[in-house]
Design a protein around this ligand. Structure first.
Ligand code: PLP
Length: 387
């Protein structure tokens, strides 16, 4: 039988993906399922972006692209971030940027600090790269955000990175300027620690967004800024993300990428270039729609007994505390609660445990209003026992 490598003994396909795939297969069997489990805009990729990809393919942009990305796209990303081309890498999704960074920097036993709840893949990617995730629990009462003191206390001589995500998946929390200044102050004292700041939801902010680079430009030499087109431009399937960091870090990440994917798809890079250089008025329109959905979802959740849902400031997720409802229904953990939801009322939501904070669930509101209402009707029926 097949023997797994030591470092992937417990690695599985992400719990979010597993859940979405289970919901899809139940639906294929004819079951009536509402899935609010995926972080993927329901909007289409704008037509001008698709046309640019088509034109690029017809124009012969079908050969191996340069390892770190096509110059035009790297230059546009560099121009926006006020850095140079050598400080930019384009990868197959923001996910590959994270993986490149971890493979390029971690030796066995190196520690990566991540405030929880965090996006499921953070800990898995670190483990895959032989690192050790160090989780900082961040309670709902503290806005799901790590404090400077918490960070300071978690840093050891083995710490290689701290991973921050603002706005956050799954909580939607945004670090304020003051909070970022406090974290930066701690990081200035620990010069061996690098900072990965994942800002993939920055364009989906409903409160003022402050980038980490703007509060601590002096830390750029140790910073990796992660972003991409997946979320804001509704381009999840095109698989384009990028990293911005010091040239030595970017070139090490390029060495990793070159041996794994060679480069990101040439046609998708042409599409991403069109996204960044074309009209962007749809971003504001979509942001307004997401915000209205957020308010509707938060209000309905807070009306349910045993459910408490803070109003997130960004991204397209809510992360309610459902401990009261769980206990009332006789469940002692959020995973069995979610499994029962899918079984009994055909609703797919992701258990908080997948993000390192049990007792919660994640609901994505990147779905149509009708789907959201239908999902919330089912959750209500389940919790209030009328179905
Ligand atoms: N970072 C965060 C916080 C995410 O939620 C996601 C996707 O869910 C990603 C990165 C990965 O994005 P991409 O589709 O560009 O790989």
């Amino acid at each position: 039988t097949f023997q797994r490598a030591q470092r992937i003994q417990s690695l599985e396909i992400s719990e979010i993906v597993q859940l979405s795939e289970k919901a899809a297969s139940l639906r294929a069997q004819g079951k009536d399922i509402v899935a609010l489990s995926t972080g993927e805009p329901d909007f289409p990729t704008p037509a001008h972006i698709i046309e640019a990809a088509h034109a690029a393919a017809l124009d012969g942009k079908t050969k191996y692209p340069p390892t770190l990305g096509i110059p035009e796209l790297r230059d546009e990303i560099a121009r926006r971030a006020k850095v140079t081309r050598s400080e930019v890498i384009v990868s197959t999704g923001a996910k590959q940027v994270l993986a490149n960074a971890m493979f390029a920097s971690l030796d066995p036993g190196d520690e990566v600090i991540m405030p929880a709840p965090f996006w499921t893949s953070y800990s898995d990617i670190v483990l895959l790269a032989s690192g050790t995730p160090v989780v900082l629990p961040c309670a709902m009462e503290n806005g799901f955000r790590a404090t400077a003191q918490q960070l300071d206390a978690a840093i050891t001589p083995r710490t290689r990175w701290v991973m921050l995500n603002s706005p956050s998946n799954p909580t939607g929390a945004i670090y304020t300027e003051t909070e970022l200044l406090g974290l930066a102050q701690v990081l200035r004292r620990h010069q061996h620690v690098q900072i990965l700041i994942d800002e993939i939801y920055d364009q989906l902010s409903y409160a003022p967004f402050t980038s980490f680079a703007s509060v601590a430009p002096d830390l750029f030499d140790r910073m990796l800024i992660v972003n991409g087109v997946s979320k804001a431009y509704a381009m999840t399937g095109w698989r384009i993300g990028w990293g911005i960091g010091p040239a030595a870090m970017i070139s090490a990440m390029g060495a990793v990428q070159g041996q794994i994917t060679s480069a990101a798809s040439s046609i998708s890079q042409a599409a991403a270039l069109a996204a960044l250089t074309g009209p962007e008025d749809f971003l504001e329109k979509r942001r307004k729609i997401f915000k209205a959905r957020r308010d509707m979802v938060v209000d309905r959740l807070n009306a349910l007994p045993g459910v408490t849902c803070p109003r997130p400031e960004g991204a397209f997720y809510v992360f309610p505390d459902v401990r009261g409802a769980m206990t009332a229904k006789g469940f002692d953990n959020c995973a069995t609660f979610c499994a029962a939801l899918l079984d009994q009322v055909g609703l797919a939501l992701v258990p908080g445990r997948a993000f390192g904070l049990p007792g919660h669930l994640r609901l994505s509101y990147a779905y149509s209003e009708a789907e959201l209402q239908a999902g919330l009707d089912r959750l209500e029926a389940f919790i209030t026992g009328s179905r």
